[in-house]
Design a protein around this ligand. Structure first.
Ligand SMILES: [Zn+2]
Ligand SMILES: [Zn+2]
Ligand SMILES: [Zn+2]
Ligand SMILES: [Zn+2]
Ligand SMILES: [Zn+2]
Ligand SMILES: [Zn+2]
Length: 243
């Protein structure tokens, strides 16, 4: 019985939470890191409240000494303290409104998901491991373009880089390499089985259309988030200059 699990408190939320095993079908977004949530989680005990946390987000330390910002320790904020109630991440450049690690002295803000990016990654299609850099690989005024999506990576943002090949990418894997593999081992979508062949076919078609719409919607949201992050970043920098 789910209700027999003990309720716990987390300082980010004023209702008690209870542990929860999040299934993919629930399509939950973590209220801490704003990323998809599948697996070990905490859920608000109030049925009308949509507050969820990854177990890992629940357990984040309040203070973090991070290599990207050796000058000062970073403090976990449960919501941004800026007037806009949003921050522009100094790692990926994207906008965030959930948890962040923050240095209030430097106005340095990083998504909790970005803070935990590994120092090296293997990327499909590249023979060598890529190393995490806390800035663009080029520090001599040259413009660095991501070798996957070909967009410019701003100097101050994090990147993954292979020095041997002079190959680098944005912090997060770029769209081109995230093409879903088609026909690979079934979608696992067996939850609705109406029996008839024709309905199975139309189910598949409508699922595909739904997925396509979903992709389009996500792209639009992503574009909007990027835009507002850029604006927020610009105005913040501008304000800093004025002080
Ligand atoms: Zn999370
Ligand atoms: Zn709640
Ligand atoms: Zn980020
Ligand atoms: Zn600082
Ligand atoms: Zn890229
Ligand atoms: Zn290489």
């Amino acid at each position: 019985m789910a209700s027999s699990k003990p309720a716990v408190r987390h300082p980010s939320h004023n209702h008690p939470l209870r542990s929860h095993k999040a299934q993919a079908e629930e399509e939950i977004i973590c209220s801490g890191c704003d990323l998809d949530l599948i697996g070990a989680a905490f859920k608000c005990t109030k049925s009308e409240c949509d507050y969820f946390l990854h177990k890992s987000c629940f357990e984040l330390p309040r203070e973090n000494r991070h290599k990207s910002h050796p000058e000062h320790p970073l403090t976990l904020l449960y919501s941004p303290t800026y007037e806009s109630s949003a921050f522009a991440c100094d790692a990926c450049g994207e906008y965030g409104s959930g948890f962040s690690y923050n240095c209030s002295i430097c106005k340095y803000d990083v998504h909790v998901g970005c803070v935990s990016m590994p120092e090296t990654v293997e990327r499909e299609g590249h023979a060598h491991p890529l190393t995490l850099l806390y800035r663009s690989p080029y520090q001599n005024g040259l413009i660095f373009n991501c070798d996957e999506c070909h967009d410019t990576v701003p100097d101050n943002l994090w990147s993954y880089y292979c020095k041997k090949c002079d190959y680098g990418t944005h912090l997060h894997s770029c769209a081109v390499e995230e093409e879903p593999k088609r026909g690979g081992g079934g979608s696992g979508n067996t939850s609705r089985n109406n029996g008839g062949r024709s309905s199975a076919a139309s189910d598949l078609l409508s699922a595909m259309l739904k997925a396509q719409r979903e992709m389009e919607r996500m792209q639009i949201e992503l574009d909007m988030a990027m835009q507002s992050a850029k604006i927020a970043k610009k105005s913040r920098k501008h304000m800093l200059k004025m002080i």
